[in-house]
Design a protein around this ligand. Structure first.
Ligand code: NAD
Length: 328
């Protein structure tokens, strides 16, 4: 079986090669992203594996099918970057890695929250410059505050469990209630009530049409003034222009973002000697209480091991005709 790995990073290579020792597939790595201009590279491959930065729309899928590709093996849990309807209509199998490590993402979300609250990102720079003043670094006790979780699935429930240890009040919104969150004392409520009551809101729902720009101007206006917003879900959950406007007025007090709605072509690249063309992103960076990381919440040894192993197990499922729940 021949597998083309698009959007390869050095870490992908190491973990996939290690996992492939058990399979012995012919694996070829491409650093480029998968898009219409590069899809022809997939010629002669049975499987194409892609990452969150690859845009796999209808035209790319048509081309993949024309080229004889039989499986699109996503190295991610999210699948908002793939036109699943087109894939299903054209008979292209799609597999993902549904649960590689909810701990990786949930722990990172807590990290963003703690860093923002206690201004650790500002303090780090200050101390490096031998400025030992505390002015401007005031935080608040988490104990007794209200934390709102939107999306209480695998990652949201781990986040909930960790936050329980801080002695916060946990409220959540989801289409389905998760018994593990209920056990941790989370109370499900409406979105409107969550917005009105939460001191901190963390997003853990998928990016699908109903959740696109879930956090828009109206939602931001209905939140508690000075609320902290954490997004390790997907960039498109937040209307970034509305967020900037709410940061300017102080309605939103602090924001931790591991994802950004226009992150393709930005995140995962070294652009330190380039001019960033995205003025919205650079404006976002000017706020002292905005902490942005480049989609690294998943980035732990355990998660990379699971991603590599599951991706190759999905390929094997295609080979032996045994479909697993990871195939969507
Ligand atoms: P999951 O499927 O286990 O949980 C998602 C939850 O969201 C489910 O409980 C679902 O019912 C709920 N949901 C669906 N629609 C909703 C809506 N309209 N409003 C509120 N809740 C809704 O998924 P997961 O493994 O917990 O992952 C959640 C998301 O995290 C993924 O979709 C992905 O986009 C993102 N993610 C980010 C990273 C990262 O590195 N930053 C890594 C992995 C996953």
């Amino acid at each position: 079986m021949k597998i083309a790995i698009f959007s390869t990073q050095p870490f992908d290579r190491d973990y996939l090669l290690q996992a492939n020792l058990a399979y012995g597939y012919e694996v070829v790595f491409f650093e480029t992203r998968l898009h219409l201009g590069t899809v022809s590279l997939a010629k002669g491959f049975d499987v194409v594996s892609c990452f969150v930065t690859d845009q796999v729309g209808k035209e790319v899928i048509e081309k993949l099918v024309d080229l004889g590709v039989r499986l699109l093996a996503l190295r991610s849990a999210g699948f908002n970057h793939v036109d699943l309807n087109a894939a299903h209509a054209l008979g292209l199998r799609v597999a993902r890695v549904p649960a590689y490590s909810p701990y990786a993402v949930a722990e990172f979300a807590v990290g963003l929250l703690l860093a923002l609250n206690r201004k650790i990102h500002l303090a780090f720079n200050r101390v490096r410059e031998h400025n030992f003043l505390l002015t401007g670094l005031l935080g608040f006790d988490l104990h007794g505050k209200t934390v709102g979780i939107i999306g209480t699935g695998k990652i949201g429930s781990v986040f909930c469990h960790i936050m329980r240890g801080f002695g916060v009040e946990l409220i959540g919104y989801d289409l389905v209630e998760n018994p593990s969150c209920l056990e941790d004392g989370l109370h499900y409520t409406t979105l409107a009530d969550l917005y009105a009551r939460a001191d901190i809101i963390s997003l853990h729902c998928p990016l699908i049409p109903p959740t696109h720009h879930l956090i828009n101007a109206a939602a931001l206006a209905s939140m508690k003034p000075g609320v902290m917003l954490i997004n390790t879900g997907r960039g498109g959950l937040i209307d970034t222009l509305a967020l900037i406007a709410a940061l300017k007025t102080g309605q939103i007090g602090a924001v931790g973002l591991d994802v950004y709605e226009k992150e393709e072509g930005l995140f995962f690249y070294d652009l330190s000697t380039s001019s960033i063309q995205d003025d919205v992103f650079t404006r976002l960076q000017t706020f002292p209480h905005v902490l942005i990381t480049a989609h690294q919440a998943f980035f732990t040894k355990e998660a990379l091991t699971h991603i590599a192993q599951t991706t190759l197990a999905n390929c094997q499922a295609l080979e032996v005709g045994q479909w697993q729940e990871t195939l969507i």
